[in-house]
Design a protein around this ligand. Structure first.
Ligand code: AMP
Length: 145
């Protein structure tokens, strides 16, 4: 199964924010758009970083002032990305190794979507179900002599 197929099933919507926005607006966007993380884009629309609910949670724990701290101060700058042609096993491996749950998908330097660990669980379930249906069909073929 390819990253491209997972994206086709979930759509290419990405929720983004600018690096000079405050943590308060990042949190509002995460809650309103019901996502776990935001891609941080620079003025040219290119990927600059990623900020997730976990990054904000850490700041809340440290009693940071969400109105003052900027996304740029908290985001992860070295983002692991996937290509649409990658196998989802590669993404699963990178997420498990790196302990993160979001992976931007880039075609060249163009952002074409984000895959979350939940999208991959869904994709894997669909695949297992489809394999089972094929096997059941195969076993149910009446024998003709
Ligand atoms: P998450 O599990 O996605 O909420 O992220 C856990 C931590 O990893 C946070 O500090 C994120 O900023 C960071 N992170 C999330 N996705 C990625 C990614 N694709 N590449 C690098 N770091 C990431």
């Amino acid at each position: 199964l390819k990253v491209r197929e997972v994206l086709e099933a979930k759509g290419s919507k990405v929720v983004t924010i600018e690096a000079d926005a405050t943590l308060r607006s990042a949190l509002s966007r995460i809650c309103e758009d019901r996502v776990g993380g935001l891609l941080v884009l620079n003025r040219a629309g290119k990927l600059d970083g990623i900020i997730t609910e976990r990054d904000i949670m850490r700041q809340v724990h440290q009693r940071a002032d969400l109105e003052q701290v900027k996304v740029a101060d908290v985001m992860t700058k070295t983002v692991k990305v996937a290509s649409p042609d990658a196998d989802i096993e590669e993404v699963e491996y990178a997420m498990t190794e790196g302990r993160f749950r979001h992976m931007p998908v880039l075609d060249g330097d163009e952002i074409v979507g984000v895959i979350s660990i939940g999208d991959m669980v869904k994709a894997n379930l669909r695949e297992v179900k489809s394999h089972m249906e094929h096997l059941i069909d195969y076993l149910a073929v009446p024998l003709v002599d």
